[in-house]
Design a binder for this molecule. Sequence first.
Ligand code: AMP
Length: 117
Amino acid sequence: MESDGGKTIFEKIIDREIPAEILMEDEQCIVIRDINPGAPVHALIIPKQKIARLSEARANDISILGHLLLTAQQFAKRQELRDGFRVVINNGPHAGETVPHLHAHLLAGKPMIWPPC
Ligand code: AMP
């Protein structure tokens, strides 16, 4: 998993230390275009407060976790993703997590298969 011992790549994007295509932002989270898209629409919804991964969230993170999903919903509405969208959180190495900073992938723009693995 990516880590240089300091900030994650997503913290550097939040702090404007490295560029990214920012699609939405509010006080609690940032939405960026994935640099290596897996679908025509591939956004990452990233809480500004760092939680390494879903398995490390605590009960008092409930509002951040709810905000994450409502931001996904809002993004899908703004993008008019009427044919559907998928929200994915990779947790740990077997799930393909590469950045240790909680984020949800929102994928859309083509029919997708299930299960994904
Ligand atoms: P995960 O594998 O679930 O941890 O997802 C990390 C995602 O971050 C991958 O889909 C990467 O393509 C994406 N990513 C990594 N670096 C950047 C970056 N600088 N800008 C945008 N997306 C990135």
